[in-house]
Design a protein around this ligand. Structure first.
Ligand code: ATP
Length: 235
């Protein structure tokens, strides 16, 4: 029936200074869906996430969440519209404990998880609740960065390479967490180079090159597309 996607991006252009990096990116993210953006380094994946969050110095185009125009919404208000961002560098507070990091983000919507619910979802964070951010492993930091967003109650989460640099067993756990979040109805936009990981959580893929979306296809077609993906993505 042509229902409006939860997140709709149309003809999005983005710049860093004079450098025109995004060239008309369009994508749809339906409620409860997970999409994965793939492309080689420098293709513009991170910039796409930053543009959606209004973290670029200049952007043009259309971004709507549940029909609401997001182009004038400053980054510190985006959570109030139901969207959160876990950057690649994770951005947790090194000097604060796990619990303190979890207390920081404001609850902006109904359905934000309590600290206890979060510790249920991430038992290893519960064990480390008094450890400072500096003492956490890369995997624990990634989980804390995701956990912190879950406190806010946002329905859409943008995740930039959550598995990067992590051991296979930790990647597996992060995959389990994302599948659990999907079951709770969360809507996810993932940037990911690890196809084996991405195929377990993603419903669809978007292939990106030089600031353009080349194509989009459902995960069921991943095997048929895999040679092209390796060629474009270079991994
Ligand atoms: P990566 O996996 O390397 O992050 P990516 O697909 O996420 O790749 P982007 O980080 O979005 O790519 O980069 C897209 C283009 O924008 C690249 O050419 C990059 O050099 C450029 N770029 C990224 N950040 C900046 C910045 N802060 N200032 C200027 N140019 C930038």
């Amino acid at each position: 029936n042509g229902a409006e996607p939860l997140l709709r991006v149309r003809d999005l252009n983005g710049w860093y200074g004079e450098s025109h990096v995004l060239h008309g990116v369009s994508l749809d993210l339906n409620e409860g869906e997970t999409i994965t953006l793939v492309g080689r380094n420098g293709a513009g994946k991170t910039t796409t996430l930053r543009a959606i969050m209004n973290l670029l110095p200049r952007r043009e185009g259309e971004i709507r969440i549940a029909g609401t125009d997001m182009m004038k919404v400053p980054v510190h208000r985006t959570a109030h519209h139901g969207i959160g961002y876990v950057p690649e560098e994770r951005g947790i507070f090194a000097s604060l404990s796990v619990s303190e990091n979890l207390m920081l983000p404001p609850r902006v919507a109904e359905g934000g998880m309590s600290v206890e619910e979060i510790f249920e979802l991430f038992p290893n964070l519960a064990e480390r609740r008094n450890s400072p951010g500096t003492k956490l492993s890369g995997g624990e930091q990634q989980m804390l960065a995701i956990a912190r967003i879950l406190r806010t109650g946002v329905k859409i989460i943008l995740l930039d390479e959550p598995t990067e640099g992590l051991a296979p067993v930790i990647i597996q756990r992060i995959g389990d967490v994302l599948i659990e979040l999907k079951k709770k109805g969360m809507t996810l936009l993932l940037v990911e180079q690890n196809f084996r990981f991405a195929r377990k959580v993603a419903d669809r893929f978007y292939l990106m090159e030089d600031g353009h979306i080349l194509e989009s296809f459902p995960t069921a077609e991943l095997d048929a597309k895999i040679d092209r993906l390796h060629e474009v993505v270079g991994v």
